[in-house]
Design a protein around this ligand. Structure first.
Ligand code: AMP
Length: 316
């Protein structure tokens, strides 16, 4: 099923203990799309400024991503983010965020983007996520990511956005901050109880907690599943790992969900978690999108087999 994604399309300046890059292609929607495109058709929605390089659009187009709804705003600047990581690559400091063309942006989605069955609201202002959500009322599966900045500055809109989706993908620290619950399971259960007043039948039924180098956990109404991160000796830059994870997760669900709707089965979700884990592991091996843009399906499959082997044990 085709996927529409809205979220930041960015230039990132990043410093890690292993090097630094200035204004490299990044953004939540870009990292997501590059991962999800391994599984299904992806349509990206969002604005860029005059400064956005044509060859950066080609990075997406070369993967078959539909960038027709990437709108160039003349006189504007592309979203910019600057971050720095210390030795603990699980924590980072945001040094600068410039919304640029995202400020006051009002997306007008093409018919194609509105017809997607699957929608991913990648990290960006919650008001914008709500706007795009409203333009795909019939989407069969909708997932959302966010971050501490929006929990702190736009909580009300974020809560409304969450109530209108099927799946929430957040860092463990963000889940705690959002719900005020110290336990991950309690925080996930809290989110599972949020429903939208306008769509009584909806509300999140799948919660994914990203835990950086420790992996990720999945909580549904009846189930729990967790996977470690794929063990890597060298991690160069974790930027975009969460979005790449989400691209693997949602892309896999879009490609494999069958039937007339309803939440994906726990078995399907486990497969999605494994693919997400593998995609994210490639992302962190180099700066920004450098590794994923030349990733092959054969490399994904080889690492999936290894992850499968290392997470098996015999039952009681
Ligand atoms: P991740 O490492 O997966 O959490 O995501 C990193 C990406 O998020 C970077 O490429 C940034 O451009 C983007 N980003 C950082 N801050 C924000 C923000 N406030 N809103 C939207 N995207 C952001």
């Amino acid at each position: 099923m085709p996927i529409t994604v809205v979220g930041s399309i960015a230039y990132d300046s990043v410093k890690t203990p292993f090097g630094e890059r200035e204004r490299m292609l990044g953004g939540a929607a870009v990292h997501f799309a590059l991962a999800a495109a391994f599984f299904d058709e992806v349509r990206v929605v969002g604005p860029v400024g005059d400064d956005f390089r044509e060859e950066d659009l080609d990075v997406m187009r070369e993967r078959g991503i539909d960038a027709a709804d990437v709108e160039r705003i003349s006189g504007g600047s592309t979203f910019f983010w600057r971050g720095e990581y210390g030795w603990d690559l699980n924590t980072r400091e945001t040094l600068d965020t410039k919304l640029g063309v995202f400020e006051g942006f009002s997306p007008k989605l093409s018919r194609r983007s509105r017809e997607s069955d699957v929608l991913f609201l990648a990290n960006i202002q919650p008001e914008l996520q709500l706007d795009v959500r409203a333009q795909l009322p019939g989407a069969r599966f909708v997932a959302l990511d966010s971050m501490n900045l929006w929990i702190e500055t736009a909580r009300d809109a974020l809560e409304r956005a969450i109530a209108g989706v099927d799946c929430v993908v957040l860092n463990d620290a963000e889940l705690r901050q959002l719900t005020g619950k110290p336990s991950l399971i309690a925080a996930a259960r809290e989110l599972l109880s949020w429903t939208s007043s306008s769509e009584a039948a909806r509300g999140p039924s799948v919660i994914v907690a990203k835990q950086g180098e420790y992996g990720a956990a999945l909580v549904t109404r009846d189930g729990f599943f967790a996977l470690p991160a794929y063990p890597l000796e060298t991690v160069i830059d974790p930027t975009g790992a969460g979005d790449t994870f989400a691209g693997g997760l949602v892309g896999y669900i879009a490609a494999h969900a069958r039937g007339a709707g309803g939440p994906p089965s726990d078995e399907l979700l486990r497969g999605a978690m494994a693919h997400a884990t593998v995609l994210a592991s490639f992302n962190v091996e180099e700066f920004g999108t450098e590794r994923v843009r030349r990733l092959t399906r054969a490399e994904i499959d080889a690492r999936l087999s290894q992850l499968h082997a290392m997470t098996q044990f015999s039952g009681p």
